[in-house]
Design a protein around this ligand. Structure first.
Ligand SMILES: Nc1nc2c(ncn2[C@@H]2O[C@H](COP(=O)(O)OP(=O)(O)OP(=O)(O)O)[C@@H](O)[C@H]2O)c(=O)[nH]1
Length: 290
């Protein structure tokens, strides 16, 4: 899904989410575990306000397990409840409902004290395009998914999905825009496929990835492409070009006249990265944060 984010669209997206907030008890902020900060909406605190929030590091299966732990700690230190999950297979997804119970316990206790039967907790998933919102909704819905719409308080066209564990989910997620200003963020979003490659040059995106891999995952990089060595330092993206060239040579990415086809080589690297063939890679570490 490609969305052109102009100021008017952002205002509308923000307003739509804030309308939905009135209906729910808890927000699931879905981030890409490989690029948590880069996949975060810049205005999320302002949009969500004081509503209880669960930060979900999705696609944790593709990210480095140690980095997942560090990022979880990072967001916990900001006062959020955090879970690392894989919405495709469902790893970690079962922990969501108990976590919501814990987050809302005081509210539930107050209802019980007033003699009320606690109603299911209601959640809204928000996140940038391609972060896995629909996949998580489907996983939470499971086979026993039942829309429970047409009740008072249900916005027209929106349905509640029963997920079990005393949790109901709004079936339409809130779509948020990513950060645009920082070029590094743009490269990370393009590398993971969150924004279309054509927005940036694919060979530049690949060189950005190579610089990161050489710094944090050099053995993986050398092994995967049979590279004898890597440059001692890759201070900038341009310095990664010889590595891309070598990968192209090793993988037979040749264009007319037998020259290395950099775009083909970049395609090989990015496909390997996104499919997990390079192993579990996190493209942003808490250290990268200013
Ligand atoms: N490996 C892995 N892939 C995932 C996970 N969650 C989602 N995906 C994949 O990520 C891609 C995007 O998932 P969607 O659920 O369509 O994302 P979305 O946020 O609903 O996307 P938009 O509709 O564009 O807003 C799909 O190819 C999913 O299979 C996960 O936890 N692990």
């Amino acid at each position: 899904m490609t969305i052109q984010w102009f100021p008017g669209h952002m205002t509308r997206a923000k307003r739509q989410i804030q309308e939905k907030l009135k209906l729910i008890d808890v927000v699931f902020e879905l981030l890409d575990a490989r690029i948590p900060e880069s996949s975060r909406n810049p205005m999320i605190d302002e949009i969500v306000g004081a509503k209880p929030r669960l930060v979900l590091l999705n696609k944790a299966d593709l990210a480095d397990a140690e980095a997942n732990a560090r990022w979880s700690e990072h967001y916990r230190a900001q006062g959020h409840s955090v879970l690392a999950i894989d919405s495709n297979t469902g790893t970690g997804v079962k922990e969501i409902a108990p976590r919501v119970q814990a987050l809302l316990q005081e509210k539930i206790d107050r209802q019980i004290a007033k003699g009320m039967k606690p109603r299911p907790s209601r959640a809204l998933i928000v996140g940038i395009p391609n972060v896995g919102k629909s996949t998580l909704i489907n996983k939470l819905a499971g086979r026993a998914a039942a829309a429970t719409g047409d009740r008072p308080g249900v916005t027209k066209g929106q349905q509640w999905i029963r997920t079990g564990g005393g949790l109901e989910l709004l079936d339409t997620p809130g779509i948020l825009w990513p950060k645009f200003e920082d070029p590094e963020v743009g490269f990370r979003l393009a590398a993971t496929g969150a924004i279309k490659e054509e927005v940036l040059m694919i060979d530049e995106v690949a060189c950005f990835v190579l610089r990161h891999l050489a710094a944090y995952y050099s053995d993986t990089l050398k092994e995967r492409y049979g590279l004898a060595s890597l440059p001692e330092a890759i201070p900038d993206i341009a310095a990664a070009v010889p590595v891309l060239e070598e990968i192209g040579r090793r993988r037979g990415c040749l264009g007319s006249g037998g020259h290395i086809d950099y775009e083909k080589a970049a395609g090989v690297l990015l496909r390997d990265l996104r499919s997990g063939k390079l192993g579990r890679i996190t493209l942003e570490t808490p250290v990268d944060l200013a």
